[in-house]
Design a protein. Structure first.
Length: 82
Protein backbone atom coordinates (compact mmCIF):
# COMPACT_ATOMS: atom_id res chain seq x y z
CA UNK A 1 0.00 0.00 0.00
CA UNK A 2 1.31 3.46 -0.89
CA UNK A 3 0.57 6.43 1.35
CA UNK A 4 0.87 9.85 -0.23
CA UNK A 5 0.93 13.02 1.83
CA UNK A 6 0.49 16.46 0.29
CA UNK A 7 2.07 19.30 2.18
CA UNK A 8 0.97 22.95 2.25
CA UNK A 9 3.62 23.84 -0.28
CA UNK A 10 2.26 21.27 -2.70
CA UNK A 11 5.09 18.75 -2.40
CA UNK A 12 4.21 15.09 -2.34
CA UNK A 13 5.88 12.55 -0.08
CA UNK A 14 5.59 8.82 -0.39
CA UNK A 15 5.56 7.42 3.13
CA UNK A 16 5.67 3.78 2.05
CA UNK A 17 9.18 2.43 2.04
CA UNK A 18 10.40 0.77 -1.13
CA UNK A 19 11.01 -2.95 -0.65
CA UNK A 20 14.72 -3.65 -0.48
CA UNK A 21 16.21 -6.63 -2.27
CA UNK A 22 17.88 -8.82 0.31
CA UNK A 23 20.45 -11.36 -0.76
CA UNK A 24 19.93 -14.31 1.52
CA UNK A 25 22.56 -16.97 0.92
CA UNK A 26 20.99 -20.26 -0.07
CA UNK A 27 22.54 -23.43 1.30
CA UNK A 28 24.00 -25.91 -1.16
CA UNK A 29 21.49 -28.67 -1.94
CA UNK A 30 21.92 -32.02 -0.20
CA UNK A 31 20.36 -33.89 -3.10
CA UNK A 32 19.51 -33.32 -6.75
CA UNK A 33 17.14 -34.99 -9.20
CA UNK A 34 18.35 -37.05 -12.16
CA UNK A 35 18.36 -34.21 -14.75
CA UNK A 36 20.42 -31.98 -12.43
CA UNK A 37 22.90 -34.82 -11.75
CA UNK A 38 23.34 -35.26 -15.50
CA UNK A 39 24.05 -31.54 -15.95
CA UNK A 40 26.38 -31.40 -12.94
CA UNK A 41 28.52 -34.36 -13.96
CA UNK A 42 28.29 -34.40 -17.74
CA UNK A 43 27.43 -38.11 -17.57
CA UNK A 44 24.73 -39.34 -19.92
CA UNK A 45 21.37 -40.50 -18.59
CA UNK A 46 21.94 -44.19 -19.42
CA UNK A 47 25.40 -44.19 -17.84
CA UNK A 48 24.03 -42.48 -14.72
CA UNK A 49 21.40 -45.21 -14.36
CA UNK A 50 24.11 -47.87 -14.83
CA UNK A 51 26.15 -46.27 -12.03
CA UNK A 52 23.07 -46.22 -9.80
CA UNK A 53 22.36 -49.90 -10.59
CA UNK A 54 25.97 -50.90 -9.82
CA UNK A 55 25.92 -48.97 -6.53
CA UNK A 56 28.58 -46.47 -7.61
CA UNK A 57 26.05 -43.68 -7.09
CA UNK A 58 23.65 -43.72 -4.15
CA UNK A 59 20.03 -42.70 -4.44
CA UNK A 60 17.37 -41.64 -1.96
CA UNK A 61 13.73 -42.45 -2.72
CA UNK A 62 11.13 -40.17 -1.19
CA UNK A 63 7.73 -41.04 -2.55
CA UNK A 64 8.09 -41.20 -6.33
CA UNK A 65 11.07 -38.84 -6.34
CA UNK A 66 14.53 -40.26 -6.99
CA UNK A 67 17.12 -38.03 -5.40
CA UNK A 68 20.90 -38.32 -5.66
CA UNK A 69 23.03 -37.06 -2.77
CA UNK A 70 25.47 -34.46 -4.07
CA UNK A 71 28.17 -36.06 -1.90
CA UNK A 72 27.69 -39.31 -3.82
CA UNK A 73 28.35 -37.48 -7.10
CA UNK A 74 31.45 -35.81 -5.65
CA UNK A 75 32.76 -39.17 -4.41
CA UNK A 76 32.22 -40.72 -7.85
CA UNK A 77 34.19 -37.93 -9.51
CA UNK A 78 36.99 -38.10 -6.94
CA UNK A 79 37.29 -41.91 -7.26
CA UNK A 80 37.69 -41.61 -11.01
CA UNK A 81 40.27 -38.82 -11.14
CA UNK A 82 43.46 -39.65 -13.01
Amino acid sequence: MVHVIKTRRGSIHNTAEEPQAVDIPQPDPLTVRIPAAIRMTGIGRSKLYELIQSGDIEIVKIGAATLIPVDSLRQLINRNRR
